[in-house]
Write a protein that binds this ligand. Structure first.
Ligand code: GUN
Ligand code: FE
Length: 424
């Protein structure tokens, strides 16, 4: 039975509207879960092993709800195009390399190490169409002790010839991974991953929806990221009234828990469907700026109580740092408020932090908060070198860390109450 106490300055968001702060307090964990936060240790907790981080911030691990592992070598490259030419020019050629397991291993080890370094303790990841390198990525996540959903991408139309799967092969490979990995690890799980409607035939989507329901496996994809993409989907599926209803028709829209990345150009009817089906929106502001996709009207989603998380969307997004994504989300919401609609208030820093921790974490379960019974996933932050003003309260310190901190401030990472070593 694992027991642990972390002592320090504790900050988290149980609701989006404010930071909860506990100066110089004890975070107590048992069996990987939070017992509570205490000002003084009493009773049996006095005997738990204690790690003294006095003066350091202790916050929940970050949750990245959307990113592409095989695009990692393209990080910061080729961001001069919009979505569809970007995919054809930069993304598909890179993803075509992952039939080579040696190459895949090099990239994926570096990818996981960098997630760890940046404090992303839970991630929802696209791999490529390749079965073997997807399994390798899952095995490397298992070895790392980080938490992840990993999805083999499905594509049987409208991609490069090297990446085009037969419909049958795509479904067989997906099912093989589900059977092999659904019970292999408590932390790393498969997720069904039709890339997006344009690259998946109706037959493929129907088969994937069947697998999702048969095995109770979650689903991830992209939705309404770019206006040309939305128009293309309309041409491909005139029988459906909108983009979201194509996924919904095939049981890929909340029939099992589902994440849709971007959600910029949706109609109100589509948002109602997201709300009713409890579909998560993964907001990826860096990517949306880089590919000139637009600004997601996040306040609309908040008002409708659609579940929201944040995504780095590597490599449409250039930064794997979730604090950088939080800042971009705040800035995007301010520009939306200013230029589009004064009714949609900008995000506050506690809201952005919430979406990057508990908001996205709720896709996994009780993840991303320090309330009792949540998993003890935590980061220890040394913010002593950030700026000149050292008389700050905890709320000011967390704000400054979000805006001015980086991976160098993260000195320890915990998942389920255990310290996670740097992945090899
Ligand atoms: N839509 C379909 N595939 C992709 C991808 O790889 N990245 C992004 N940002 N959007 C997509
Ligand atoms: Fe993406």
């Amino acid at each position: 039975m694992s027991k642990i106490v972390l002592k320090g300055d504790i900050v988290f968001t149980s609701s989006k509207d404010r930071f909860e702060t506990y100066e110089d307090s004890y975070l107590v964990g048992k069996n990987g879960k939070i017992v509570g936060i205490f000002k003084e240790l009493e009773g049996e907790y006095k005997d738990y092993p204690l790690v003294d981080y006095t003066g350091k911030l202790i916050i929940p691990g970050f949750v990245d709800l959307h990113l592409h592992a095989p695009q990692y070598p393209n990080q910061g490259l080729g961001l001069d195009k919009e979505l569809l030419p970007w995919l054809n020019t930069y993304t598909f050629p890179e993803e075509a390399k992952y039939g080579d397991l040696e190459y895949a291993e090099k990239v994926y080890r570096r990818f996981i190490k960098d997630l760890w370094r940046h404090g992303t303790t839970s991630a929802v990841v696209f791999s490529s169409v390749h079965k073997e390198s997807t399994k390798l990525l899952m095995d490397l996540f298992i070895e790392s002790n980080l938490r992840a959903y990993v999805g083999k991408v499905n594509m049987d139309r409208n991609t490069s010839p090297e990446l085009t799967e037969s419909t049958e092969r795509s479904l067989l490979d997906t099912e093989e991974i589900i059977i092999e990995y659904r019970k292999k690890s408590p932390l790393v799980k498969p997720i069904i991953t039709p890339r997006f409607v344009p690259t998946c035939s109706s037959e493929l989507m129907e088969g994937l929806g069947r697998l999702a329901v048969k095995y109770g496996v979650p689903v991830q994809s992209h939705l309404s990221e770019n206006k040309n993409e939305v128009e293309w989907v309309r041409e491909l599926h005139p029988e459906c009234k909108n983009y979201a209803s194509v996924y919904n028709k095939y049981n890929l829209f909340g029939q099992t828990k589902t994440i849709m990345a971007h959600c910029i150009h949706n109609t109100d009817e589509e948002l109602d469907l997201m709300k009713n089906n409890r579909v998560f929106a993964a907001h990826c502001p860096h990517s949306n700026y880089n590919l000139s996709s637009g600004i997601m009207p996040i306040r609309k989603f908040v008002e409708r109580k659609i579940p929201i998380g944040l995504g780095s969307d590597i490599s449409g997004g250039h930064s794997i740092s979730m604090t950088s994504v939080m800042v971009a989300a705040i800035q995007a919401s301010k520009m939306y408020w200013l230029y589009n609609n004064k009714e949609y208030k900008p995000l506050t820093s506690s809201e952005a932090f919430f979406f990057g921790t508990k908001g996205g974490g709720s896709f996994f379960g009780k993840v991303g908060s320090f309330e009792a019974d949540y998993v003890l996933d935590a980061l220890v932050i040394d913010d002593s070198d950030l700026g000149y003003n050292n008389g700050l309260n905890l709320e000011e310190r967390i704000q400054r860390y979000i805006y001015n901190g980086d991976d160098r401030n993260i000195i320890d990472v915990y998942v389920e109450g255990r310290r996670v070593e740097e992945p090899k």
